[in-house]
Design a protein around this ligand. Structure first.
Ligand SMILES: [Mn+2]
Length: 356
């Protein structure tokens, strides 16, 4: 595996590539062209410039998170074929620049959803948190306003202000899209892009829905072992794979995370490993990566990745805000660096234990 960290680009991120390199644990960068919008073609020159910037800092560009999917594709409407052609062109440009991993999600309207971006913990750190009660008390527009107003001046991925203006319109677009239609639209998309993925050996890694259930009545399908197996089988190509995100699948406590990883042997192309602490089934907060601080057995998660022969990039996911850092919620340097060090330590002990 390669330890990586998500980075939004020098124009947006409070963390520098130099700082990431100095963690020493992290050698790879997961990034994106943050100022592109879903549906547009990523120019090859900009991809090359992004890669050169990462490499000039002594790091390796390990993959893209994300190339976002236009809502017309997810809803199966309007100009989806044109947007799929554009997506294929972007994949081709990435492939020509020797980039072979693309993370994406297929969530209608909302990306990941939290109801608090800075819940205070007893030690004075703050974390992202979710309660179903808070979601049930909000309408989608209020949700958007409250999330986008609480980001330490940053723009959160998936919560860009341009989207707020379109929330009503987006809900209309998905009015008659149920889970079955969403599966069909995902299949349609994947079948169209697989040839270019095969040609350039690009691994597509779908990110699970977060939380792993329907919010505001919108369908969500990448939520559990049964659905993800259905997705793997419906387009049965190794390039159709997953981002295994423990913090997203783990929102549903019925999901057995190590067992899910083992069922996805050969199809896990990217891993997000983080921990959650549950107050109840639908009230959770993002904990330190350390097993004891949350509800997941991080050793067993890493062991399952090791046992399936996982060789892709792995990254600590959202971190707590600690040591008075001011950064994009979830994306400060300090706690993610602690997470990276911890995950590297687990990996080394698992690897060496295996040799005995
Ligand atoms: Mn994730």
């Amino acid at each position: 595996m390669e330890m990586t960290m998500r980075w939004y680009g020098s124009k947006w991120d409070t963390v520098t590539l130099k700082q990431i390199r100095q963690t020493r644990y992290v050698t790879g960068i997961i990034t994106t062209l943050y100022d592109t919008v879903p549906g547009e073609v990523w120019p090859r020159e900009r991809i090359r410039a992004m890669k050169e910037e990462v490499e000039a800092a002594g790091l390796h560009l390990a993959g893209i998170e994300s190339v976002n999917i236009h809502d017309d594709i997810k809803a199966g409407k309007g100009d989806r074929d044109r947007y799929i052609d554009n997506y294929i062109q972007t994949l081709e440009n990435l492939g020509k620049e020797d980039i072979h991993l693309v993370c994406y999600n297929f969530m209608p309207v909302f990306d990941w959803t939290r109801t608090e971006l800075a819940r205070l913990r007893p030690d004075g750190s703050t974390v992202l948190a979710y309660t179903q009660q808070a979601v049930d008390a909000l309408d989608p527009e209020t949700m958007f306003t409250s999330i986008s107003g609480d980001m330490n001046g940053s723009v959160m991925p998936g919560w860009e202000p341009e989207r707020l203006a379109r929330v009503k319109e987006l809900f209309d677009l998905y009015r008659d899209v149920d889970s079955e239609a969403l599966f069909a639209n995902l299949k349609y998309f994947l079948e169209k892009i697989m040839p270019v993925c095969r040609e350039y050996d690009i691994n597509m890694a779908i990110h699970p829905d977060d939380p792993a259930w329907s919010v505001f009545g919108l369908p969500r399908i990448i939520t559990n072992q049964e659905n993800i197996q259905r997705m793997m089988k419906m387009v049965d190509d190794p390039h159709n794979g997953v981002t295994f995100c423990s913090g997203s699948y783990g929102t549903n406590r019925k999901n057995d995370l190590p067992a899910m990883i083992r069922s996805l042997k050969g199809r896990v192309h990217f891993a997000h490993v983080r921990n959650l602490y549950f107050h109840s089934d639908d009230n959770f907060e993002e904990a330190a990566h350390l097993s004891e601080d949350g509800s997941f057995d991080m050793y067993e998660i890493m062991k399952a990745l090791y046992d399936i022969g996982f060789e892709g990039p792995i990254r600590p996911d959202h971190g707590r805000m600690i040591w008075d850092e001011v950064a994009m919620p979830g994306y400060g340097l300090y706690d993610r660096a602690l997470g990276a060090a911890y995950l590297c330590g687990l990996w080394e002990s698992i690897r060496k234990g295996d040799r005995k």
